[in-house]
Write a protein of this length. Structure first.
Length: 157
């Protein structure tokens, strides 16, 4: 009887441990948007920070859905929403003066606006126009790989 109880405890612990691992794996499941962002960063070493701001299907808040600095789920701020609503880029040097931030509308292959993408470079005075053009090229590469907004939320595994 004692051996049976011990085996029962071991099996229970294994079941609990397996459930915890499964839940963690589900939570860390990579979506296509993150895969696309990671691949884009790998191809553009000059980019130091990138984040995609999109309203998930069935939701009302625009949030970060992919980035290389975390903050997934962070609600879009006024600058992010202004870019999405007007289509005009947001260009600025950060407060520390070491990064140049370019935020552009993010579109799917059909040209429909689906959010915004922030692309950040190490700041060099006088290169603002060059940074904007680079960011636009990068954004356009991502557009070619984004057939629909729904695709961004598909599992990348």
């Amino acid at each position: 009887m004692r051996g049976f109880q011990r085996m029962n405890k071991v099996l229970t612990l294994l079941l609990i441990f397996g459930s915890v691992l499964f839940a963690a794996a589900q939570e860390n499941r990579k979506i296509y948007a993150q895969k696309l962002l990671d691949e884009t960063l790998a191809n553009h070493k000059e980019v130091v920070i990138m984040a995609m701001h999109v309203t998930p299907p069935g939701k009302t808040d625009n949030v970060i859905i992919a980035s290389n600095i975390g903050r997934i789920g962070k609600k879009a701020d006024e600058d992010d929403m202004r870019v999405i609503e007007t289509g005009k880029p947001n260009l600025e040097v950060n407060k520390k003066g070491d990064h140049f931030e370019v935020e552009l509308v993010l579109q799917d292959q059909s040209g429909k606006t689906i959010g915004a993408v922030g692309i950040v470079f190490m700041y060099e005075k006088g290169k603002e126009a060059e940074f904007q053009k680079k960011a636009e090229r990068i954004r356009d590469e991502m557009k070619l790989k984004t057939p629909t907004i729904a695709k961004l939320f598909e599992s990348a595994e």
